[in-house]
Design a protein around this ligand. Structure first.
Ligand code: ADP
Length: 262
């Protein structure tokens, strides 16, 4: 009987080609994500500037305006707010993609500077609701952590933004930085709406929003905390919270101390 020799499939070159295509696709996706991020940030910055200009007119800082002018300006303000929220959501969704796809660059980071600059970014938003942000830290020492600067900033920003969003007007938010032997613990405490007992089990699930938050009618997507948890865990840290409905919430996270160029 004649034996038939099967041709050996060219598995190696096929998988090499697939790997290269995959790499190229990842690079293209990363470029697109960066482009969306940069454009969205520029749009949001311009819209925020516009928001404060309209607000100055509405508050009478530029002079007296007529009722008709006020009605039109109020409409412009509200439309502008809506677009700012849409762009913010776009940024967050884009960031989630980033977090799962992108590389982490761990380096020495002054966490106090990161926190202070994020507080500064949100100070206008807090002031507009008469919310005071109080940062408590040791005066004489600024610890360095080992972290990816941009991603840790995303975590802190999300927690602070939530604390403002879910607080009542005329309240206070406390940010506390505690330095341990191996890690730094940062907490963000508010006295806002809190999270329901049932919701506390689901809060880190993608797209979950607590009924208490939905009632408050603030814009949200339920991806912020999901993203934060992923980022903190990639830093070998922990993210957790304590909350009581109608009393307030404190979120905590840890980041490792920088111990040299390892
Ligand atoms: P978003 O705020 O965009 O809805 P997040 O993932 O950041 O999404 O938060 C998920 C849910 O967790 C929120 O919808 C809200 O129900 C709850 N939550 C988060 N932070 C707070 C907070 N500080 N106070 C009360 N509820 C909160």
């Amino acid at each position: 009987m004649k034996s038939i020799k099967l041709k050996k499939p060219c598995v190696d070159s096929e998988s090499k080609k697939l790997r290269e295509e995959n790499k190229r696709l990842k690079e293209l996706t990363s470029l697109k994500t960066d482009l969306v991020s940069i454009s969205a940030h520029q749009i949001r910055t311009s819209l925020s500037a516009l928001k404060w200009i309209i607000k100055m007119f509405l508050d009478g800082d530029i002079g007296k305006i007529t009722t008709e002018q006020e009605t039109l300006l109020r409409k412009a303000f509200e439309r502008n707010e809506r677009v700012i929220n849409i762009v913010s959501e776009l940024l967050l969704a884009n960031k989630t993609e980033n977090v799962e796809e992108k590389q982490y660059i761990f380096a020495k980071l002054n966490i106090v500077e990161t926190i202070e600059s994020a507080i500064f970014d949100f100070s206008g938003e807090a002031r507009s609701q008469d919310i005071e942000i109080i940062f408590l830290k040791s005066d004489n020492h600024e610890p360095f952590v080992k972290a990816d600067k941009e991603k840790i900033r995303v975590v802190f920003q999300n927690l602070l933004e939530n604390a403002i969003k879910y607080s009542h007007p005329h309240s206070k938010i406390f940010i506390l930085l505690k330095e341990g032997k191996t890690e730094v613990e940062i907490s963000v405490k508010d006295t806002g709406i809190g999270i329901s007992a049932a919701g506390q089990k689901k809060i880190f699930e993608k797209f979950y929003r607590d009924p208490a938050a939905q009632k408050k009618e603030v814009v949200g997507s339920g991806i912020g905390l999901f993203t934060c948890k992923k980022i903190v865990e990639r830093h070998s840290g922990k993210l957790w919270f304590e909350s009581k409905e109608n009393e307030g919430t404190t979120f905590f996270f840890t980041v490792p101390i920088y111990k040299g160029s390892k």
